[in-house]
Design a binder for this molecule. Structure first.
Ligand code: ADP
Ligand code: ZN
Length: 443
């Protein structure tokens, strides 16, 4: 049996859903045009007014918005409305430069943010009887509070433990009988390792759903997590601060390998081709995802370039939901590495590594520039599990070579593979830093 949070909306016939999207898209564009000066100017320069949005396809006429629009207007210049309208502020870390700051009024917090998270938690198989250990960070980061409000709204018991403090995570998990955990996939790997290393009795772990996101992770990583945590389904949840935070899309429990449902009554997805002037791709093709916030009031963002790469599937899902699904995000256009002229995403490297059961879920990619010439050199640090760690240098050398060969035959990249002792690569409690770029001047 499939449980829904809002069955009528989640299974709404496509035609009806698109009517609702059009009505809401008109409201969003009008709000941006009337209330956000930089967007008003941009639309005016392009000779556009809200009246030019007559049908959904007309949205493609409106210029895209970018991270820089938010940065250039830091902190509140891209908000529709006054600072006083907001009851909450979130910001994304913004690894370079100023953070991205978004505001939420009561409607945004309860009717959008909490709503889509309640819906996501029910879609991935939880009910009000579940105990959710919320190990996403609380604070300006959207992960913690997003899941928190959603979990409370759908009636589960939420443990607001936040990220980190592994001893406490493992203690409360057993004592409170947590049935679900929310954290980054990289932290889940660490928790799973610790459960084994500390010899915790598997019967004391009641987790049946792990809800993981905030960073890219491959199908192979999911398999690794599910392997380490028998009895637990690993679910992918996706989102970004600029659009709302977590809960933009999620796997449904009965069809979790077949994409993430985008809650399309709130967020309108498009897939564009970065190599073809940001035209829409043909249906089902891969490209950069662009989202429009259909219902957000304080920080509406029409056609925002998320820079995440995926594709959309509009087929009705086995679960009965009609909302489109996007494939697991394979990476960001920003994260693409060019190694000796070959394009490769860190997640592709991860997929190759996760084929080796000898390896832990931890790895690091270091990019360097060779002294002579301008070729980029890539080093992949890999870690054996305790179980497979051997003292025999010859075994280790042969294994390292095997991994390098596999990277070459699969991805066509020559990587220098370095094997490190178990537990050496830093464990992260939040987003993992997989790529270390040692080049002074990034290309
Ligand atoms: P920041 O990382 O800048 O602090 P966010 O938390 O808003 O800000 O990060 C959003 C980004 O995180 C997304 O655009 C995407 O690249 C990545 N992300 C979030 N969830 C997932 C997921 N499930 N799979 C892959 N990438 C994800
Ligand atoms: Zn589904």
């Amino acid at each position: 049996m499939v449980n829904y949070w809002k069955e009528d909306i989640e299974t709404m016939p496509r035609e009806e859903l698109e009517k609702l999207q059009l009505k809401r898209a008109k409201g969003m564009i009008k709000r941006a045009y009337d209330k956000i000066k930089p967007l008003h100017e941009r639309y005016s320069e392009a000779g556009l007014t809200p009246d030019d949005l007559k049908e959904l396809d007309d949205l493609a006429k409106f210029p895209l918005t970018h991270k820089d629009d938010l940065r250039d207007n830091y902190p509140f210049g891209l908000w529709a409305g006054k600072k006083e309208d907001a009851i909450r502020v979130h910001a994304s870390s913004g690894t370079t430069g100023k953070p991205i700051v978004c505001g939420y009024n009561k409607h945004d917090v309860y009717d959008v943010f909490a709503e889509v998270n309640a819906r996501s938690l029910v879609a991935c198989g939880l009910t009000e009887n579940d105990v959710i250990q919320n190990a996403y960070g609380y604070g300006l980061f959207t992960g913690g509070l997003g899941i928190h409000y959603g979990g409370e709204m759908m009636g589960a018991t939420v443990i607001p433990i936040s990220g980190g403090n592994t001893d406490r995570q493992l203690m409360l998990m057993q004592d409170f009988g947590s049935t679900a955990i929310t954290c980054t996939p990289s932290y889940m790997i660490y928790l799973a390792e610790e459960i084994v290393n500390r010899g915790i009795d598997p019967d004391k772990i009641k987790l049946k759903v792990g809800i993981h996101g905030a960073e890219p992770w491959s199908e192979k990583m999911r398999a690794k997590i599910e392997d380490l945590m028998p009895g637990m389904n690993a679910i992918d949840i996706y989102g970004l601060t600029e659009i709302i935070g977590p809960g933009v899309s999620v796997n449904c429990d009965i069809n979790r390998y077949e994409g993430l449902h985008v809650w399309e009554d709130h967020f309108l997805p498009e897939v564009l081709d970065p190599d073809n002037d940001y035209e829409r791709v043909a249906p089902g093709e891969r490209g950069e995802i662009v989202f429009s916030t259909l219902t957000r009031e304080v920080s509406p963002l029409p056609r925002y370039r998320a820079k995440d790469i995926s594709r959309l599937n509009y087929e009705k899902c086995k679960c009965g939901r009609t909302h489109a699904r996007h494939d697991k995000i394979t990476g960001r256009t920003d994260d693409m590495l060019i190694i000796h002229g070959v394009n490769v995403f860190p997640s592709q490297i991860e997929s190759v590594l996760m084929n080796f059961e000898e390896l832990s879920g931890y790895y690091q990619i270091l990019i360097d520039r060779e002294k002579l010439g301008s070729l980029d050199r890539i080093k992949v640090k890999i870690e054996l599990t305790e179980e497979h760690f051997s003292d025999k240098i010859k075994d280790l050398e042969a294994f390292t070579e095997k991994v390098a060969d596999k990277l070459h035959s699969t991805l066509l990249i020559h990587a220098h593979v370095e094997l490190v002792a178990p537990g050496t690569i830093p464990r992260s409690v939040g987003k993992a830093k997989r790529v270390v770029d040692l080049r002074g001047d990034k290309i």
